[in-house]
Design a protein around this ligand. Structure first.
Ligand code: NAD
Length: 308
C-alpha cells in the first residue's frame, strides 16, 4: 500500500507541495480546498504529468474530506497569504478561523495522521492545530525553520560561490522577525562560516534571511513565496514517510526544552515515522538564549490573542 498525504489548501503552496511529492513518488496525494473545481483541476493536471515523469501516484482533487480519509500525513496550507506591507501576524484572525474549520475535519477523517502546519502566522497556527487536534506533540509539527535555513544556505552559498550542498545552517526561534540564526552552527564543508565570512557580511546575510519572505512578497505583489516553502514542507514529509530520523529545524511544542514551556517555537527536531522523535537540545550562548526567549514571547503574545 502506498502512503497517503493530504494537502489542505490547493493554492500556491499546497499545489506546489503536491507537485514535489508526486515528482519524488513519495505518496498518493489528496488535494482539498473550499473552492470548487480548483483542487480537481490542479489534481488532474498533475496526474496527467505522471506518465511523462514516470511516477506512479494517485492524485485526487476534492472538496470532500471523505477523500482524505486515513492519510498518513496532512499538510495544512489553507489560509490567506501576505500582501505587500503586511506582516505574517496580520493574518492571525482570518487564518485562525480557517485553521479551526480545517483541523476538526482532518482529525475526524485521519485520526492517526501526523499534521504539518504551514499556514501563517506559523507558530501560533501550529499551536492552534495542536490544541484543537488533541494529538500528542509528536504529531503536530510546524514548518518554518527548514525554509528559513534554506534561504540562509542559499545566501551563504552565493556569498562564497560554493555549492549549496556544501552549506549546512541552523536557525532557531519563531518564523519571522524574531528568527534566531546561529552562525557558529552554520558551516561550509564542515568549516564554520565565522571562519570564512566577515562579521558584517554575516549580519547582512542574517538580515536578508529574516526578511526573506518579505523580499519575495514585494516582487510578487499579489501573494507570497511558494516554491521553497512547499519544498521545505515536503522535506519534512519525506523524512517522516521514510523514517529517516533526519534532524531538521521545526516548530515544536516545548515542554521545558530550552527553558520554554507551553509554546511552539523553532528547534532542531529528529523527524521519523512517529513524527518528532526527539527535540535536540544544544547549548546556547547567553545572547542566543535571550534571542530565543524573545522569539517565544512574540509567539506567546499571538497565542494570547486567539486564546490557544
Ligand atoms: N510557514 C511558512 O514558512 C510559510 C511559507 C509560505 C506561505 N505560508 C503560508 O501558507 C498559507 C498558504 O499560502 P499560499 O501562498 O498557498 O496561499 P493561496 O492563497 O495561494 O492558497 C491558500 C488556499 O487555501 C484555501 N482555503 C482557504 N480556506 C480554506 C479552508 N477552510 N479549507 C481548505 N482550504 C481553504 C484557499 O481557497 C486557497 O486556495 C498562507 O497562510 C501563507 O502565509 C507559510
Amino acid at each position: 500500500m502506498r502512503k497517503k498525504v493530504t494537502i489542505v489548501g490547493a493554492g500556491n503552496v499546497g499545489a506546489t507541495a503536491a507537485h514535489w511529492i508526486a515528482s519524488k513518488e513519495l505518496a498518493d496525494v489528496a488535494l482539498i480546498d473550499v473552492i470548487e473545481g480548483v483542487p480537481q483541476g490542479k489534481g488532474l493536471d498533475l496526474l496527467e504529468a505522471m506518465p511523462i515523469e514516470k511516477r506512479d501516484c494517485q492524485i485526487t482533487g476534492t472538496n470532500d474530506y471523505a477523500d482524505t480519509a486515513n492519510s498518513d500525513i496532512v499538510v495544512i496550507t489553507a489560509g490567506i497569504p501576505r500582501k505587500p506591507g503586511m506582516s505574517r501576524d496580520d493574518l492571525l484572525a482570518t487564518n485562525y478561523k480557517i485553521m479551526s474549520d480545517v483541523v476538526g475535519k482532518v482529525v475526524a477523517n485521519s485520526p492517526n495522521c501526523i499534521i504539518i502546519v504551514v499556514s501563517n502566522p506559523l507558530d501560533a497556527m501550529a499551536q492552534a492545530a495542536f490544541r484543537q487536534s488533541k494529538f500528542n506533540r509528536e504529531r503536530v509539527i510546524g514548518m518554518a525553520g527548514v525554509l528559513d535555513s534554506a534561504r540562509y544556505r542559499t545566501f551563504i552559498a552565493q556569498e562564497l560561490n560554493v555549492s549549496v550542498e556544501n552549506v549546512t545552517a541552523f536557525v532557531l526561534g519563531g518564523h519571522g522577525d524574531t528568527m534566531v540564526p546561529l552562525p557558529r552552527y552554520s558551516s561550509v564543508a564542515g568549516i564554520p562560516i565565522t571562519e570564512l565570512i566577515s562579521k558584517e557580511r554575516i549580519e547582512a546575510i542574517v538580515q536578508r534571511t529574516r526578511d526573506g519572505g518579505a523580499e519575495i512578497v514585494k516582487y510578487l505583489k499579489t501573494g507570497s513565496a511558494y516554491y521553497a516553502p512547499s519544498a521545505a514542507a515536503v522535506e519534512m514529509v519525506e523524512a517522516i514517510l521514510k523514517d529517516k530520523k533526519k534532524i531538521l529545524p521545526c516548530a515544536a511544542y516545548l515542554d521545558g526544552e530550552y527553558g520554554i514551556s507551553g509554546y511552539y517555537i523553532g528547534v532542531p527536531c529528529k523527524l521519523g515515522a512517529r513524527g518528532i522523535e526527539q527535540i535536540v537540545q544544544i547549548k546556547l550562548t547567553t545572547v542566543e538564549e535571550a534571542a530565543l526567549k524573545k522569539s517565544a514571547e512574540a509567539v506567546k503574545e499571538l497565542c494570547a490573542v486567539i486564546s490557544v
